[in-house]
Design a protein around this ligand. Structure first.
Ligand code: F6R
Length: 615
């Protein structure tokens, strides 16, 4: 969950390159940061607890401005609290090597005891320092950095992405390795680079090599990265072109990434869906293997695994797949699925949904499903991610880089992908007629202007007024039914993540079985109320809230519900299947504006990190 970067460049100024990379990776962790560079024949390290700005401040003296090679790190603490001492990079006792690490060394206590017994004194509480001493010891014995890293990793249990720098190599080479967390390397015209996320590479080059688990890479100016397995066996890892626009990694004119990403959603819909729609045949073409009629007809059950917001998209996928393709669907938290004893078969499709494609629990769930004989498919936003590489088939969402820690546009892209998949499955299985297919496909095309209208000035100011009016409430209950029940869950998750208020999502019909006891005037109830078969049911749930003095805010297209509300955001009418994609937008904006009015750090909420690569 940390971010690592490294670079060797032709010209001076590597500190600036590292800081720019870290800025783009800060979403991965932001409790401390540091860099190590080769400077005047020594390894110079600067590291600071707190946000990246504090490190930048410590580097304003320009003392390291001549350096051309270095590594950097932004941390999400696992071993040891955020402090200057625990911030990376870490070194061995003689300062021969510097090392940054993302992940966990599971046998660190054992290795630390062994090193201490041989006289090594530790300067931090981290598991990473163990690696620095191991590599330093090998280098002291005369190994190259490359061999020293390989020999050290052979002793390590756990998962890691690491990068190391050695005094002996005088900055001519960097070595990095991965087993678990992501790592990519690239050679551009002005330098060679490594990073946890391609976001930090695309400013230099679009041609990127994604390392596989167990790979070790050596970077040297003027040549393609050398990659081997830990045992030294050479492997070919061809560079892949990344189409992301470097501009997408900036905030543009928006004050926060989250707001920018909410506003990108109509384009995300278009990018994820429109090229794949086949109006004439009322079908969807993913343009990749794994979605043929024969393959889809062989499925008799779908098992969704995901975490957090992606899981909410998974719940929506359930309504879509059962409703449109008539295939039964189970949905599980990936973290639970991996520890129960699920029953799957060769005709089960395990569908893993993830923005990053690196979430540890989701990956473990996918691997378990595969080991039990299921076929695997991913809905994922990141080309080259572990999930995409391990799943047998992938629907790539085209949300572009999502940097705000609270997921918004990736969620919409996941819902769109689930809709496309459900239509394809329904058509492949003959459950949907040509006419039905055509209608479903055209409905999606109508959605974009409706999404845009919810992001127009009027709608946004309505939402801001709701946020202002409700910001001092004690708690929030989000209610929804049917395919909009997951939207209630998602609305509540967004609010608690970035506004730090208690919010719960509930199926509206379940409220009377307990949560109704919470209702009083200090509790705001957000009801997702779309026109459709369940509208009447939602209205009666809403009456139950009103009768107990709850403050009711309706988000949706059902006019009768709106008439009964204290406040509302009117959402355009669309097909029931697509209504979650519209309804979520005002809920994302309520959370955003509530956090903004409270002056909170919206893009980097406390205690969170964007990519949860630990269990
Ligand atoms: C919430 C959020 C998280 C992620 C979850 C899964 O806003 O972002 O709940 O959805 O950590 O992450 P991915 O989708 O990368 O697997």
């Amino acid at each position: 969950m940390c971010g690592i970067v490294g670079a060797i460049q032709r010209d001076a100024g590597v500190v600036q390159t590292l800081l720019e990379g870290l800025r783009l990776l800060e979403y991965r962790g932001y409790d401390s940061a540091g860099v190590a560079v080769l400077d005047a024949g020594a390894i110079a390290i600067r590291r600071k607890a707190g946000r990246l700005e504090r490190l930048e401040l410590a580097l304003t003296d320009g003392a390291l401005s001549a350096a051309r090679a270095g590594i950097g790190h932004t941390r999400w603490a696992t071993h040891g609290p955020p402090s200057d001492e625990n911030a990376h990079p870490h070194t061995d006792a003689e300062g021969r090597v510097a090392l940054v690490h993302n992940g966990i060394v599971e046998n660190w206590a054992e290795l630390r005891a062994e090193l201490e017994a041989s006289g090594v004194r530790f300067a931090s509480d981290t598991d990473t320092e163990v690696l620095a001493h191991l590599v330093g010891r090998e280098v002291a014995r005369g190994s190259s950095l490359f061999d020293a890293v390989r020999a050290s990793l052979a002793r390590v249990r756990g998962y890691y992405a690491i990068a190391a720098l050695s005094l002996e190599e005088q900055g001519a080479r960097l070595v990095c390795a991965r087993s678990g967390p992501p790592l990519a390397v690239a050679a551009g015209p002005d330098g060679v680079y490594l990073a946890s996320d391609v976001l930090a590479l695309i400013a230099h080059t679009r041609d990127v090599v994604f390392l596989e688990d167990g790979d070790v890479a050596e970077l040297e100016l003027g040549r393609a990265p050398r990659v081997t397995r830990i045992d030294g066996t050479p492997v070919e890892r061809p560079a892949r072109r990344v189409e992301w626009d470097p501009e997408a990694a900036g905030k543009g004119s928006f004050p926060h990434f989250m707001l920018k990403e909410i506003h990108e959603q109509p384009d995300v819909l278009a990018r994820t869906a429109f090229d794949r729609l086949r109006l004439e045949s009322g079908d969807v073409d993913f343009g990749v293997p794994g979605f043929s009629d024969a393959e889809l007809r062989a499925i008799d059950r779908v098992q969704v695994v995901a975490c957090g917001t992606a899981l909410h998209a998974g719940w929506i996928a359930r309504y879509l797949i059962e409703g449109l393709a008539r295939v039964p669907v189970d949905v599980d938290y990936a973290s639970e699925f991996r520890y129960r004893e699920p029953v799957l078969s060769a005709s089960t499709l395990a569908l893993a949904i993830s923005q990053s494609g690196e979430t540890a629990d989701t990956l473990a769930a996918l691997r378990l499903a595969r080991s039990l004989g299921a076929r695997t498919t991913a809905i994922c936003n990141v080309l080259g991610s572990t999930l995409v590489r391990e799943a047998q088939a992938t629907i790539l969402t085209q949300a572009g880089p999502e940097i705000g820690v609270a997921s918004t546009k990736a969620f919409v892209a996941q819902c769109v992908a689930a809709y496309l998949f459900a239509v394809r499955l329904g058509r492949a299985r003959g459950v949907l007629s040509l006419q039905q297919g055509r209608e479903l496909v055209s409905d999606l095309r109508l959605l974009r202007p409706q999404m845009e209208s919810l992001l127009g000035e009027r709608a946004v100011s309505e939402v801001r007024a709701i946020a202002r009016q409700n910001q001092s409430q004690r708690g929030f209950l989000f209610l929804g039914r049917g395919i909009n029940y997951p939207i209630a869950l998602e609305g509540a998750l967004k609010l608690k993540e970035i506004s730090y208020v208690h919010a719960e999502g509930y199926p509206a019909g379940e409220m009377k079985h307990g949560p109704i006891a919470l209702i009083d005037p200090e509790m705001s109830i957000l009801v997702v109320a779309s026109r459709g078969p369940l509208a009447e049911k939602v209205r009666s749930n809403l009456e139950q809230v009103r009768a107990r003095g709850g403050h009711v805010i309706v988000i949706g297209s059902d006019e009768e519900s709106i008439a009964k509300s204290d406040e509302h955001v009117r959402v355009p009418v669309c097909s029931e299947w697509l209504s979650p994609i519209l309804n979520v937008i005002p809920l994302q904006l309520v959370a955003y504006h509530m956090a903004d009015l409270k002056g909170l750090d919206i893009d980097k909420p406390r205690n969170l990190a964007k990519s949860v690569t630990v269990e």
